[in-house]
Design a protein. Structure first.
Ligand SMILES: Cc1ncc(COP(=O)(O)O)c(C=O)c1O
Length: 362
Protein backbone atom coordinates (compact mmCIF):
# COMPACT_ATOMS: atom_id res chain seq x y z
CA UNK A 1 0.00 0.00 0.00
CA UNK A 2 1.49 3.32 -1.00
CA UNK A 3 -0.44 6.51 -1.42
CA UNK A 4 -0.15 9.38 1.00
CA UNK A 5 -1.03 12.95 1.56
CA UNK A 6 -0.06 15.02 -1.44
CA UNK A 7 -0.66 18.83 -1.12
CA UNK A 8 -0.43 21.26 1.73
CA UNK A 9 -1.80 20.33 5.09
CA UNK A 10 -4.30 22.74 6.58
CA UNK A 11 -3.46 24.11 10.02
CA UNK A 12 -5.45 23.10 13.05
CA UNK A 13 -8.63 25.06 12.76
CA UNK A 14 -8.49 26.17 16.38
CA UNK A 15 -4.86 27.24 16.02
CA UNK A 16 -1.86 25.96 17.96
CA UNK A 17 -2.19 25.65 21.70
CA UNK A 18 0.41 27.60 23.64
CA UNK A 19 2.41 25.57 26.10
CA UNK A 20 4.99 26.08 28.79
CA UNK A 21 7.80 23.50 28.57
CA UNK A 22 8.19 23.43 32.34
CA UNK A 23 4.53 22.57 32.98
CA UNK A 24 3.47 20.22 30.25
CA UNK A 25 2.12 17.42 32.41
CA UNK A 26 1.07 14.31 30.53
CA UNK A 27 -1.41 13.83 27.72
CA UNK A 28 -3.64 16.92 27.61
CA UNK A 29 -1.91 18.95 24.90
CA UNK A 30 -1.93 17.79 21.29
CA UNK A 31 -0.05 18.86 18.19
CA UNK A 32 -1.65 20.24 15.01
CA UNK A 33 -1.99 17.06 12.97
CA UNK A 34 -3.01 13.43 13.11
CA UNK A 35 -2.42 10.49 10.83
CA UNK A 36 -5.42 8.46 9.73
CA UNK A 37 -5.56 5.24 7.73
CA UNK A 38 -8.85 3.46 7.38
CA UNK A 39 -9.50 -0.18 6.66
CA UNK A 40 -12.64 -1.54 5.06
CA UNK A 41 -13.06 -5.23 4.29
CA UNK A 42 -15.68 -4.27 1.69
CA UNK A 43 -13.35 -1.82 -0.11
CA UNK A 44 -10.35 -4.11 -0.44
CA UNK A 45 -8.69 -3.47 2.92
CA UNK A 46 -6.36 -0.59 3.76
CA UNK A 47 -7.01 2.83 2.22
CA UNK A 48 -4.37 5.53 1.50
CA UNK A 49 -2.90 7.29 4.54
CA UNK A 50 -3.95 10.86 5.27
CA UNK A 51 -2.39 13.46 7.51
CA UNK A 52 -5.19 15.73 8.68
CA UNK A 53 -5.64 18.61 11.10
CA UNK A 54 -6.13 17.33 14.64
CA UNK A 55 -9.88 17.15 15.09
CA UNK A 56 -12.64 15.20 16.79
CA UNK A 57 -13.65 11.84 15.39
CA UNK A 58 -17.28 11.54 14.38
CA UNK A 59 -18.58 8.09 15.30
CA UNK A 60 -21.98 6.50 14.87
CA UNK A 61 -23.39 5.52 18.29
CA UNK A 62 -23.29 1.85 17.22
CA UNK A 63 -19.57 1.97 16.35
CA UNK A 64 -18.18 -1.36 17.52
CA UNK A 65 -15.29 0.04 19.60
CA UNK A 66 -17.86 1.77 21.81
CA UNK A 67 -19.61 -1.52 22.59
CA UNK A 68 -17.14 -4.39 22.43
CA UNK A 69 -13.80 -2.65 22.95
CA UNK A 70 -11.97 -3.88 19.88
CA UNK A 71 -8.97 -1.58 20.21
CA UNK A 72 -5.17 -1.63 20.37
CA UNK A 73 -2.74 1.17 21.13
CA UNK A 74 0.94 1.91 21.61
CA UNK A 75 3.03 4.50 23.41
CA UNK A 76 6.51 5.74 22.55
CA UNK A 77 8.40 9.01 22.74
CA UNK A 78 10.13 11.29 20.23
CA UNK A 79 13.02 13.25 21.74
CA UNK A 80 14.78 16.38 20.52
CA UNK A 81 18.49 15.60 20.11
CA UNK A 82 21.59 17.75 20.65
CA UNK A 83 21.47 19.08 17.07
CA UNK A 84 18.58 21.21 15.86
CA UNK A 85 17.46 18.71 13.20
CA UNK A 86 17.68 15.56 15.38
CA UNK A 87 14.51 13.69 16.34
CA UNK A 88 15.18 10.44 18.17
CA UNK A 89 12.85 7.48 18.53
CA UNK A 90 13.77 4.66 20.92
CA UNK A 91 13.35 1.13 19.50
CA UNK A 92 10.19 2.01 17.48
CA UNK A 93 10.39 -1.40 15.75
CA UNK A 94 9.50 -3.02 19.07
CA UNK A 95 6.38 -0.88 19.48
CA UNK A 96 5.28 -1.61 15.92
CA UNK A 97 5.84 -5.32 16.40
CA UNK A 98 3.95 -5.31 19.72
CA UNK A 99 1.13 -3.32 18.11
CA UNK A 100 0.68 -5.95 15.43
CA UNK A 101 0.86 -8.81 17.95
CA UNK A 102 -1.84 -7.07 19.98
CA UNK A 103 -3.92 -6.66 16.80
CA UNK A 104 -3.70 -10.39 16.09
CA UNK A 105 -5.02 -11.14 19.58
CA UNK A 106 -7.93 -8.71 19.11
CA UNK A 107 -8.87 -9.94 15.58
CA UNK A 108 -7.78 -6.59 14.12
CA UNK A 109 -5.94 -6.41 10.77
CA UNK A 110 -2.23 -5.73 11.20
CA UNK A 111 -0.55 -2.63 9.77
CA UNK A 112 2.38 -3.01 7.38
CA UNK A 113 5.42 -2.23 9.62
CA UNK A 114 7.25 -0.14 6.99
CA UNK A 115 4.13 1.90 6.25
CA UNK A 116 3.54 2.35 9.99
CA UNK A 117 7.10 3.61 10.50
CA UNK A 118 7.12 5.86 7.41
CA UNK A 119 3.80 7.52 8.21
CA UNK A 120 4.59 7.91 11.91
CA UNK A 121 7.88 9.61 11.02
CA UNK A 122 6.18 11.90 8.48
CA UNK A 123 3.69 13.02 11.09
CA UNK A 124 6.37 13.63 13.73
CA UNK A 125 8.52 15.58 11.27
CA UNK A 126 5.51 17.65 10.20
CA UNK A 127 4.81 18.65 13.82
CA UNK A 128 8.49 18.82 14.82
CA UNK A 129 8.14 22.38 16.14
CA UNK A 130 6.06 20.93 18.94
CA UNK A 131 8.88 18.77 20.32
CA UNK A 132 9.90 20.40 23.61
CA UNK A 133 13.61 20.77 24.35
CA UNK A 134 13.73 21.09 28.16
CA UNK A 135 15.47 18.14 29.91
CA UNK A 136 13.16 15.15 30.33
CA UNK A 137 10.49 16.43 27.95
CA UNK A 138 9.42 14.75 24.71
CA UNK A 139 6.53 14.24 22.34
CA UNK A 140 4.52 11.18 23.30
CA UNK A 141 3.37 9.24 20.23
CA UNK A 142 0.07 7.36 20.54
CA UNK A 143 -0.76 5.00 17.65
CA UNK A 144 -4.28 3.61 18.06
CA UNK A 145 -6.61 1.36 16.08
CA UNK A 146 -10.35 1.00 16.68
CA UNK A 147 -13.13 -1.13 15.26
CA UNK A 148 -15.11 1.59 13.44
CA UNK A 149 -17.99 -0.29 11.85
CA UNK A 150 -21.48 0.70 13.07
CA UNK A 151 -22.86 -2.73 13.99
CA UNK A 152 -24.35 -4.24 17.14
CA UNK A 153 -23.78 -7.98 16.61
CA UNK A 154 -20.78 -9.40 18.47
CA UNK A 155 -18.10 -10.29 15.89
CA UNK A 156 -14.90 -8.63 14.64
CA UNK A 157 -15.53 -5.26 13.01
CA UNK A 158 -15.31 -5.13 9.21
CA UNK A 159 -13.97 -1.55 9.33
CA UNK A 160 -11.13 0.01 11.32
CA UNK A 161 -9.57 3.38 11.85
CA UNK A 162 -5.83 3.46 12.55
CA UNK A 163 -4.65 6.84 13.74
CA UNK A 164 -1.62 8.42 15.37
CA UNK A 165 -1.75 11.48 17.60
CA UNK A 166 1.12 13.36 19.26
CA UNK A 167 1.23 14.99 22.67
CA UNK A 168 4.10 17.10 24.05
CA UNK A 169 4.81 15.79 27.57
CA UNK A 170 6.74 17.03 30.56
CA UNK A 171 9.63 15.57 32.51
CA UNK A 172 8.46 12.67 34.67
CA UNK A 173 10.81 13.69 37.50
CA UNK A 174 11.10 17.50 37.32
CA UNK A 175 12.44 17.58 40.90
CA UNK A 176 14.55 14.42 40.77
CA UNK A 177 13.61 10.82 41.50
CA UNK A 178 10.52 10.28 43.64
CA UNK A 179 10.42 6.66 44.94
CA UNK A 180 6.84 5.41 45.23
CA UNK A 181 4.83 3.37 47.74
CA UNK A 182 3.04 0.41 46.24
CA UNK A 183 0.16 -1.77 47.39
CA UNK A 184 0.08 -5.49 46.64
CA UNK A 185 -3.46 -6.55 45.75
CA UNK A 186 -4.65 -10.11 46.20
CA UNK A 187 -8.24 -8.93 45.78
CA UNK A 188 -8.20 -7.86 42.11
CA UNK A 189 -6.35 -9.27 39.13
CA UNK A 190 -5.22 -7.55 35.95
CA UNK A 191 -4.96 -10.49 33.57
CA UNK A 192 -5.04 -14.26 33.36
CA UNK A 193 -3.44 -16.80 31.06
CA UNK A 194 -5.35 -17.11 27.82
CA UNK A 195 -6.72 -13.58 28.27
CA UNK A 196 -5.46 -10.31 26.78
CA UNK A 197 -2.85 -9.33 29.40
CA UNK A 198 0.08 -9.37 26.99
CA UNK A 199 -1.80 -7.23 24.44
CA UNK A 200 -1.83 -3.45 24.72
CA UNK A 201 -5.58 -3.05 24.60
CA UNK A 202 -8.04 -0.81 26.43
CA UNK A 203 -9.69 -3.66 28.37
CA UNK A 204 -6.60 -4.21 30.52
CA UNK A 205 -6.58 -0.59 31.61
CA UNK A 206 -10.32 -0.50 32.32
CA UNK A 207 -9.90 -3.63 34.45
CA UNK A 208 -7.12 -2.01 36.48
CA UNK A 209 -8.85 1.23 37.47
CA UNK A 210 -10.76 0.14 40.58
CA UNK A 211 -7.71 -1.42 42.25
CA UNK A 212 -5.69 1.70 41.45
CA UNK A 213 -8.39 3.99 42.86
CA UNK A 214 -8.57 2.00 46.09
CA UNK A 215 -4.78 2.03 46.40
CA UNK A 216 -4.65 5.81 45.80
CA UNK A 217 -7.31 6.35 48.48
CA UNK A 218 -4.96 4.62 50.94
CA UNK A 219 -1.97 6.72 49.89
CA UNK A 220 -0.27 4.33 47.45
CA UNK A 221 0.91 5.34 43.99
CA UNK A 222 0.70 1.98 42.23
CA UNK A 223 -0.78 -1.49 42.53
CA UNK A 224 1.40 -4.59 42.40
CA UNK A 225 -0.44 -7.26 40.43
CA UNK A 226 -0.28 -10.94 41.31
CA UNK A 227 -0.99 -13.96 39.17
CA UNK A 228 -4.73 -14.61 38.78
CA UNK A 229 -4.50 -18.31 39.67
CA UNK A 230 -2.01 -18.59 42.54
CA UNK A 231 -2.23 -14.96 43.81
CA UNK A 232 1.43 -15.13 44.83
CA UNK A 233 3.55 -14.90 41.63
CA UNK A 234 4.27 -11.28 40.80
CA UNK A 235 3.31 -9.87 37.40
CA UNK A 236 3.50 -6.08 36.95
CA UNK A 237 3.30 -2.84 38.88
CA UNK A 238 0.61 -0.39 37.74
CA UNK A 239 1.34 0.07 34.04
CA UNK A 240 4.99 -0.89 34.35
CA UNK A 241 7.09 -4.01 34.39
CA UNK A 242 8.82 -4.79 37.69
CA UNK A 243 12.36 -5.64 38.79
CA UNK A 244 13.76 -6.81 42.15
CA UNK A 245 17.40 -6.78 43.26
CA UNK A 246 17.91 -9.56 45.79
CA UNK A 247 21.42 -10.67 46.81
CA UNK A 248 22.85 -8.77 43.84
CA UNK A 249 20.69 -10.66 41.38
CA UNK A 250 18.19 -8.67 39.29
CA UNK A 251 14.98 -10.62 38.91
CA UNK A 252 11.99 -9.82 36.73
CA UNK A 253 8.90 -11.99 36.17
CA UNK A 254 9.18 -14.17 33.06
CA UNK A 255 6.80 -13.37 30.19
CA UNK A 256 4.23 -16.15 30.34
CA UNK A 257 1.25 -14.61 28.58
CA UNK A 258 -0.19 -12.24 31.19
CA UNK A 259 2.49 -9.54 31.24
CA UNK A 260 2.95 -6.75 28.71
CA UNK A 261 6.39 -7.29 27.12
CA UNK A 262 7.78 -3.81 27.80
CA UNK A 263 10.28 -2.12 25.51
CA UNK A 264 11.91 -0.61 28.60
CA UNK A 265 11.89 -4.02 30.33
CA UNK A 266 13.85 -5.54 27.45
CA UNK A 267 16.23 -2.55 27.41
CA UNK A 268 16.81 -2.77 31.17
CA UNK A 269 17.59 -6.49 30.92
CA UNK A 270 20.06 -5.99 28.11
CA UNK A 271 21.65 -2.88 29.58
CA UNK A 272 22.03 -4.41 33.06
CA UNK A 273 23.61 -7.55 31.57
CA UNK A 274 25.93 -5.25 29.61
CA UNK A 275 26.95 -3.69 32.96
CA UNK A 276 27.96 -7.19 34.12
CA UNK A 277 24.95 -7.63 36.42
CA UNK A 278 23.19 -10.97 36.79
CA UNK A 279 19.64 -10.67 35.41
CA UNK A 280 17.15 -13.52 35.66
CA UNK A 281 13.69 -13.80 34.09
CA UNK A 282 11.71 -16.22 36.22
CA UNK A 283 8.67 -16.55 38.42
CA UNK A 284 9.09 -14.53 41.60
CA UNK A 285 6.58 -14.79 44.43
CA UNK A 286 5.49 -12.06 46.82
CA UNK A 287 6.44 -14.42 49.65
CA UNK A 288 10.03 -14.56 48.38
CA UNK A 289 10.14 -10.76 48.26
CA UNK A 290 8.68 -10.44 51.78
CA UNK A 291 11.29 -12.91 53.09
CA UNK A 292 14.06 -10.97 51.34
CA UNK A 293 12.76 -7.70 52.83
CA UNK A 294 12.78 -9.31 56.29
CA UNK A 295 16.22 -10.92 56.10
CA UNK A 296 17.85 -7.85 54.54
CA UNK A 297 18.67 -9.40 51.15
CA UNK A 298 16.16 -7.22 49.25
CA UNK A 299 18.23 -4.34 47.89
CA UNK A 300 15.92 -2.61 45.40
CA UNK A 301 12.58 -2.73 43.65
CA UNK A 302 11.84 -0.64 40.57
CA UNK A 303 9.32 -0.44 37.76
CA UNK A 304 10.18 0.14 34.09
CA UNK A 305 8.11 1.79 31.36
CA UNK A 306 8.17 4.42 28.63
CA UNK A 307 6.62 7.18 30.77
CA UNK A 308 9.06 7.16 33.72
CA UNK A 309 11.81 4.89 32.27
CA UNK A 310 12.61 3.72 35.83
CA UNK A 311 10.37 4.17 38.88
CA UNK A 312 12.00 3.21 42.20
CA UNK A 313 9.82 1.69 44.94
CA UNK A 314 10.30 2.93 48.52
CA UNK A 315 7.97 0.47 50.27
CA UNK A 316 5.23 -2.07 49.64
CA UNK A 317 2.19 -3.19 51.62
CA UNK A 318 1.19 -6.85 51.57
CA UNK A 319 -1.60 -8.33 53.72
CA UNK A 320 -1.73 -5.14 55.81
CA UNK A 321 2.03 -5.01 56.58
CA UNK A 322 4.38 -2.37 55.21
CA UNK A 323 7.89 -3.33 54.11
CA UNK A 324 10.56 -0.68 53.55
CA UNK A 325 12.79 -1.02 50.48
CA UNK A 326 16.32 0.43 50.20
CA UNK A 327 15.62 2.61 53.26
CA UNK A 328 12.93 4.35 51.24
CA UNK A 329 15.53 5.78 48.85
CA UNK A 330 16.45 5.21 45.21
CA UNK A 331 18.77 2.21 44.79
CA UNK A 332 22.08 2.44 42.90
CA UNK A 333 21.06 0.14 40.09
CA UNK A 334 17.77 1.99 39.48
CA UNK A 335 19.58 5.34 39.43
CA UNK A 336 22.30 4.11 37.07
CA UNK A 337 19.84 2.47 34.68
CA UNK A 338 17.72 5.62 34.58
CA UNK A 339 20.68 7.90 33.83
CA UNK A 340 22.24 5.63 31.24
CA UNK A 341 19.06 4.75 29.34
CA UNK A 342 17.91 8.39 29.25
CA UNK A 343 21.36 9.45 28.03
CA UNK A 344 21.09 6.96 25.15
CA UNK A 345 17.50 7.98 24.31
CA UNK A 346 18.38 11.66 24.07
CA UNK A 347 21.71 11.27 22.29
CA UNK A 348 23.72 12.55 25.27
CA UNK A 349 25.74 9.30 25.20
CA UNK A 350 26.62 6.95 22.34
CA UNK A 351 24.19 4.10 21.67
CA UNK A 352 26.13 0.84 21.51
CA UNK A 353 22.95 -1.17 20.97
CA UNK A 354 21.57 0.51 17.83
CA UNK A 355 18.35 1.32 19.71
CA UNK A 356 18.01 4.97 18.74
CA UNK A 357 16.69 5.96 15.31
CA UNK A 358 17.25 9.54 14.16
CA UNK A 359 14.22 10.42 12.03
CA UNK A 360 14.93 14.16 11.84
CA UNK A 361 15.88 14.18 8.17
CA UNK A 362 13.33 12.96 5.62
C1 LIG B 1 0.56 -2.73 31.49
C2 LIG B 1 1.89 -2.20 31.09
N1 LIG B 1 3.00 -2.90 31.43
C3 LIG B 1 4.22 -2.47 31.10
C4 LIG B 1 4.41 -1.31 30.39
C5 LIG B 1 5.80 -0.87 30.02
O1 LIG B 1 6.01 -1.03 28.64
P1 LIG B 1 7.02 -0.09 27.85
O2 LIG B 1 8.35 -0.24 28.51
O3 LIG B 1 7.02 -0.63 26.45
O4 LIG B 1 6.49 1.28 27.95
C6 LIG B 1 3.29 -0.55 30.01
C7 LIG B 1 3.44 0.72 29.27
O5 LIG B 1 3.42 0.71 28.08
C8 LIG B 1 2.01 -1.02 30.35
O6 LIG B 1 0.91 -0.32 30.00
Amino acid sequence: MNGGFMGTVPRNRTGSQEYDEENLGFGSIFTDHMLQISFSAGKGGWQPPQILPMDNLVLHPATMILHYGQQVFEGLKAFAGPNEEDIFLFRPDMNIDRFNKSCERLCIPTVDPDLFMDQMCRLIRMDRDWIPRAPGTSVYVRPTIIGSEPHLGVRPSQEYLFYIILSPVGAYYPEGFAPVKIMVTDKYIRACRGGVGEAKTAANYAASLLAAEEAHAEGFTQVLWLNAVDRVSIEEVGTMNIFFRINDEIITPALEGTILPGVTRDSVIRFARGMGLKVTERQVSIEEVVRAAEDGSLQEIFGSGTAAVISPVSSFRYKGRDHLVADGKTGNVAATLFEEIVAIQTGAKPDPYGWVVNIGKA
